[in-house]
Design a protein around this ligand. Structure first.
Ligand SMILES: Nc1ncnc2c1ncn2[C@@H]1O[C@H](COP(=O)(O)OP(=O)(O)OP(=O)(O)O)[C@@H](O)[C@H]1O
Ligand SMILES: Nc1ncnc2c1ncn2[C@@H]1O[C@H](COP(=O)(O)OP(=O)(O)OP(=O)(O)O)[C@@H](O)[C@H]1O
Ligand SMILES: [Mg+2]
Ligand SMILES: [Mg+2]
Lengths: 259, 259
């Protein structure tokens, strides 16, 4: 069965996009068929995957606010033959307010994705939905469409402040809109082992979420932050760098957990 | 006249909170009377300023969704005698949806702030409004209430992607809701001089916005990210660290520009 992840955390700049892009690339490198859905109006994931997303490009906006079938907007990423992306364009910026008054406003992504996956051939192994840094209707659509939540947590002080709010929101969605949803994976990002702060945050998170927190930790690495300026994942930009190897390891760990 | 800044950028994790808190502390250290309004449901600025913001604490939510006068929720920060804060609590998370159907939904913060400043004695010299990483009704309220916009820009690749969207939104507000609003200040943050990427982004930003971009650049510094875990600004946490000195310099530059 296709594993569908929502990559979410309303705290900004924690590595949601970087994680969605690099885990997807790592899995696709090993032959898995992977789809990334970019739900962030800034379109950072679309940029990092090297796909077209100018204003007139067919995008996820047309799928959730219009009724365009997802198959018509999916693009292949130049990164790997098995890596695909539903891009985000600037139109998505108005989607939250537009969705408020639409019928089935929380489920529009789920219906579009269910239809797409049921007819896709060959089958997709993974879907990663990259969310904006908020808990509005776009992120709610992602929670309703997914089965698993992946929470990137930056090893910084503010990381834990918003976590309980995020978990409460996920519980609400589980109870009212998507009983299958569960927080399956927590990934520690931007870990700088030289600072006490990072070690403390990492320890705190492991103590609170021992089962969900991956053993693999993503280090702070300049190569990771340089890759998107070339329209590449760090996996292709610098395969043997610590940043790339850590995402390859995290992808392997996620794949193993799903068996 | 009181200078009122909105600290905004819908890109997450670029240093909005860190900038609002540390500039305010730097100005207050030199005797200016400063108010920080925390408009982020995560309440990071409230935490960093060491003020109470548990769920039952009177907060900015009561001011903009209820009709509580701002004077009743303002708290003094333990950081400096001249530093005050209107805290954010968890209730703010629902405010965007609640505001949608309220009368004068974009102007509720402006009316509350105008009333507060007109009766405050002594007068406030500066107000900084810390925004969440989105362009929803909370950030719109901040744009309507302010006269100046301060945009922190992280010296990373994605920094420039969302900028044109932000500037377009500010222009819309200026045209329809607040003709006095202008982007007065751009501050480069988390600058790591060892990387080409940071130098390129800084150069790009200065070329596009020569007048607005401050000469002072905020370096990436662990002391800055450690300070909030002690409920302090970096100004009091480690006054002579590069991070603190850069915020003191940036504050002086902003003060000079306003003369
Ligand atoms: N492990 C890492 N090491 C160094 N830099 C990183 C790392 N992970 C992400 N970054 C950089 O940090 C910044 C924030 O990461 P990213 O944009 O992925 O976060 P996000 O959670 O998607 O942000 P937003 O909340 O705006 O959507 C980016 O400039 C990115 O290149
Ligand atoms: N100059 C700096 N050097 C090192 N770390 C920094 C610096 N400025 C901010 N940080 C850290 O980076 C993270 C992001 O900063 P901050 O929370 O201020 O950004 P923000 O734009 O307010 O985020 P959000 O979009 O979630 O509101 C925080 O953990 C903060 O401590
Ligand atoms: Mg992102
Ligand atoms: Mg913030």
């Amino acid at each position: 069965e296709t594993r569908i992840f929502t990559v979410a955390n309303q705290k900004g700049g924690v590595g949601k996009t970087t994680t969605a892009v690099n885990l997807s690339a790592a899995l696709a490198r090993h032959g898995a068929r992977v789809l990334v859905i970019d739900l962030d109006p800034q379109g950072n994931a679309s940029t990092a995957l090297g796909v077209e997303h100018r204003a007139e490009t067919p995008s996820v906006y047309d799928v959730i606010v219009g009724e365009t079938p997802m198959a018509e907007v999916v693009q292949q990423s130049p990164e790997f033959p098995e890596l695909y992306c539903v891009p985000a364009t600037i139109h998505l910026a108005g989607a939250e307010i537009e969705l408020v008054s639409l019928v089935a406003r929380e489920q529009r992504l789920r219906s579009a994705l269910t239809e797409f996956l049921s007819t896709a051939s060959p089958r997709y192994d993974y879907v990663f939905i990259d969310c904006p840094p908020s808990l509005g209707l776009l992120t709610i659509n992602a929670f309703v469409a997914a089965r698993e939540v992946l929470i990137p947590i930056q090893c910084e002080y503010y990381a834990l402040e918003g976590l309980s709010q995020l978990l409460r929101n996920i519980e609400l969605i589980e109870r009212h809109l998507n009983p299958k949803l569960r927080v399956s994976t927590i990934l520690l990002t931007m870990f700088d082992g030289r600072t006490n702060l990072a070690q403390q945050v990492a320890q705190d998170v492991r103590e609170h979420f021992p089962a969900e927190t991956l053993g693999t930790v993503i280090p702070r690495s300049v190569r990771i932050s340089e890759a998107p300026s070339y329209g590449q994942s760090v996996i292709t930009y610098d395969t043997n760098s610590p940043g790339s190897l850590s995402y390859l390891e995290a992808a392997a760990e996620i794949a193993r957990r799903g068996e």
